[in-house]
Design a protein around this ligand. Structure first.
Ligand code: SAH
Length: 346
């Protein structure tokens, strides 16, 4: 019977060290392999030239290296880059590099497709195929870091988990990928430069608080009225606003971190004074920032960006109530790389 070889990248450094001692070799070989895998992004055992031929053959006999590959790269006229990343099993996820004057941000995927059914999001149409492994998330970041250096002359400065998928429904792997991104043996990035965006899974938000994570949290709110939110984000019927708010209050009590809400204003859906008032009321329990995101149209015409008057009404009402507001313009629209447009079109 053929042996199913294990993905070597699923092993921790300790496990790699143990593998070598179990096989009568020195533990530090584990460190050498770890370095090849994670600092030098080795795609084969052959390149691990500080190991003997026998050792490399032994690794080859026991393991595979399930690396990812940037299969296609598209560049927008505004400098945004979208990668189609091919996984070892042939599935594809997308990730995006967003450059601005002061920073370059990687927007990464956490799942292939998505199990949520947000009516305005292109990824929702793909359904969820599977969770990404920690290294498949990490690889997206490394690829974008390299592109950032190549095309923008500086390393990546920020990471947002706003690509395909719901990060809190793949919590363990997302956390492991962030451990690698922040570790000195990985990219050594500060967790303060990382934001995990969620549609709002109350139980997992509480878990994040208990785990005392150091990265930022963003919540895709879009409406603070249950009936409206359920109509555009159907899972809100399972996780209603009351539960979300309670989990966020818990998060704030533990972390004292300001909460960011992502919010799109749509014509005829949430462009009323009543909707803004509900938002103000929802935000009151903790220092908050509302990020008004421009709507990126997806194929069907059910949703339309609200007009400027409605946006102004939001800005003024929120500011009057002491809530910070930012307005985020879309990037990479010409290559379908903007928020909610990731759908493996090509
Ligand atoms: N599942 C996570 C992360 C992926 S979506 C979440 O829901 O937060 C990243 C952000 O893009 C979310 O705020 C989401 O609501 C928003 N978004 C989705 N489709 C969009 C669209 N068509 N236009 C603008 N923003 C969109």
């Amino acid at each position: 019977m053929a042996v199913v070889k294990k993905d070597i990248r699923a092993l921790s450094k300790e496990q790699l060290r143990n593998f070598f001692t179990d096989n009568g070799d020195k533990a530090f070989r584990g460190n050498q392999v770890y370095e090849w895998l994670w600092q030098k992004s080795a795609h084969s055992f052959d390149v691990m030239t500080n190991l003997s031929k026998e050792t490399r053959q032994m690794l080859e006999a026991n393991f595979v290296i399930n690396h990812t590959l940037v299969d296609q790269m598209q560049r927008s006229s505004d400098g945004t880059i979208k990668n189609a990343v091919k996984l070892h099993d042939g599935l594809i996820v997308e990730s995006v590099l967003i450059p601005t004057k002061t920073r370059t941000t990687a927007c990464v995927s956490s799942q292939v497709g998505c199990s949520l059914d947000c009516k305005f999001c292109a990824t929702a149409r793909l359904k969820r195929m599977r969770n990404l492994n920690p290294d498949e998330i990490y690889d997206q970041v490394v690829a974008i870091d390299e592109q950032s250096k190549l095309y923008h002359g500086k390393p990546l400065s920020n990471i947002v988990f706003m690509g395909m998928g719901e990060p809190l429904m793949n919590y363990n792997n997302v956390i492991k990928s962030i451990e690698k991104i922040t570790s000195p043996e990985g990219l050594g990035m500060s967790p303060r430069r990382i934001t995990v965006s969620t549609s709002g899974v109350p139980k997992m938000i509480k878990k994040m608080a208990d785990d005392e994570v150091k990265f930022n949290l963003a919540v895709s709110l879009h409406s603070a009225i249950d009936e409206v939110r359920t109509s555009i984000m159907p899972f809100n019927s399972t996780f209603p606003l009351k539960d979300l708010r309670e989990a966020l209050a818990y998060w704030y009590s533990k972390t004292k971190n300001r909460i960011t809400y992502e919010y799109v204003v749509w014509k005829g859906i949430n462009d009323t004074q009543e909707a803004v008032n509900a938002l103000v009321k929802f935000c009151k329990f903790a220092p908050s920032k509302v990020n008004l995101i421009e709507y990126n149209p997806i194929d069907d015409g059910d949703f339309q960006q609200a007009n400027d008057d409605a946006i102004q009404m939001y800005i003024q009402t929120l500011e009057r109530n002491g809530i910070t507001v930012t307005v985020r313009r879309s990037r990479g629209k010409d290559i379908d790389a903007a928020c909610g447009q990731l759908a493996n079109k090509s």
